[in-house]
Design a binder for this molecule. Sequence first.
Ligand SMILES: NC(=O)C1=CN([C@@H]2O[C@H](COP(=O)(O)OP(=O)(O)OC[C@H]3O[C@@H](n4cnc5c(N)ncnc54)[C@H](O)[C@@H]3O)[C@@H](O)[C@H]2O)C=CC1
Ligand SMILES: O=C(O)C(=O)Cc1ccc(O)cc1
Length: 301
Amino acid sequence: MLPFARVAIIGLGLIGSSLARAIRAEMPTVALTGHDASPEVREIARRIGLCDDIADNAGAAVTDADLVILCVPVRAMETVAAEIAADLPPECIVSDVGSCKGEILAGLTRALPGRIVIPAHPVAGTENSGPESGFATLFKGRWCIVTPPDGADPAAVERVSELWRRVGANVEIMNAQHHDLVLAVTSHLPHLIAYTIVGTASDLEDVTRSEVIKYSAGGFRDFTRIAASDPTMWRDVFLANKDAVLEMLQRFSEDLSALQRAIRWGDGDALFSLFTRTRAVRRSIIEEGQDDAAPDFGRSH
Ligand SMILES: NC(=O)C1=CN([C@@H]2O[C@H](COP(=O)(O)OP(=O)(O)OC[C@H]3O[C@@H](n4cnc5c(N)ncnc54)[C@H](O)[C@@H]3O)[C@@H](O)[C@H]2O)C=CC1
Ligand SMILES: O=C(O)C(=O)Cc1ccc(O)cc1
């Protein structure tokens, strides 16, 4: 049996439009309603037939829904939740796809007292944004971390989990705080490092501009892809996951200082031993089939 019959998606960018396409592909009988604050995005969504209906305001999109999924930037989640509160059917489950969970859970609980809130985070995406960058297979073979609040109804958690399984994701249940710490090091810090290194190179542009472009093969090129990610989205992630990111950044700077010292003092053993350890991490990721770089999955969309 399908976990939901009527789904409303608020925010029709990369993730919202990918989810709409995936639901269409995997659960074609689900009635899909969408809304986006941007009139241009609504226009595109109507033109490409993303949902059965595109509403001009968030409230109108949710009146018949049994599941609402908020796919807006992290710091817009609470505002949107407040906008739909009065129109939400009593038994409707509200979920989201935000990249950090603690602050979103707090915001949704404030805006929707007494409602069923089951946040989730599909750990799948690209550097692109907007409704035309989405694609139906984005979540296939990727993790979706569901972060229910304490005391959440297990049946509601299972229905949200089943929706993600149906669009191809592997589901893991985690508490929001633990999620935020893990993602700070595996996703948020790497983005911060990419933004920094590309910013540093572009600050040197008088001297190196042509060289940066000419020789941007390999490592630097990978960083430029990540550093092309959406500025609104990532501003919100860093502000909302401040504590965990600062904690991981502190550890990272200490490790970077140790590396700096090893280079300064010619400590080749220290460098060799670190690089051997990190190579083993990469190999174990590939062995577990978690490498998404090799088959260019999701990169060309
Ligand atoms: N981009 C990625 O790779 C991933 C993003 N996420 C999360 O998904 C969420 C959405 O990100 P993307 O789809 O990448 O962004 P996006 O920029 O492609 O789409 C966001 C959409 O939300 C709309 N929006 C903004 N404020 C709104 C409001 N108040 N009411 C209604 N619509 C509003 C925008 O007009 C835009 O169309 C974010 O919370 C992000 O953290 C999660 C996993 C991966
Ligand atoms: O494009 C990439 O490499 C990403 O890392 C995509 C991504 C961005 C944010 C998320 O919360 C999850 C996945």
